[in-house]
Design a protein around this ligand. Sequence first.
Ligand code: 4NP
Length: 154
Amino acid sequence: MKIVFICLGNICRSPLAEAVAKKEIKKYQNKDISISSAGTASWHIGKPPCDKSQMIANKFDLDISSYRGFQITNSNANDYDYFIAVDESTYSHTLSFNIDSSKVFKLGSFGLNNADIPDTYYIESQKEIENVYKMIETSVHNCLEFIISNEPNL
Ligand code: 4NP
């Protein structure tokens, strides 16, 4: 079961979601789940996560420094089973790929009243960045519970 978290640049929000999810799935060691992240844009292919996301990840004992930007496109989207987009715009972009749209979700639909995850790329306040992390932590947790309950054969 391959889950991909999707944002725009794959350097701020989705790498955090990936790291939180990788930590969460340690609980489900007997399940065949792989987690990754991607951006809909090509700008940051091969680049490390933004400093602010690396900083907040470190604060919560996660190391994302080795992650590198990757772009999801119509040609590689079929490599994944579940597509979790961080906001409305990347959600719509993901729906435009030639994939099973019933497997495309917005991260904020998992316990955040469908909110968009604010983009740490544009946020300076440490408190707000921490709030984004908390939003990701809550929604990723709920999202994984949903996927696991939705996949009885996992
Ligand atoms: P992300 O944030 O989608 O969470 O990785 C952004 C990263 C880069 C840009 C915009 C958003 N950018 O315009 O380069």
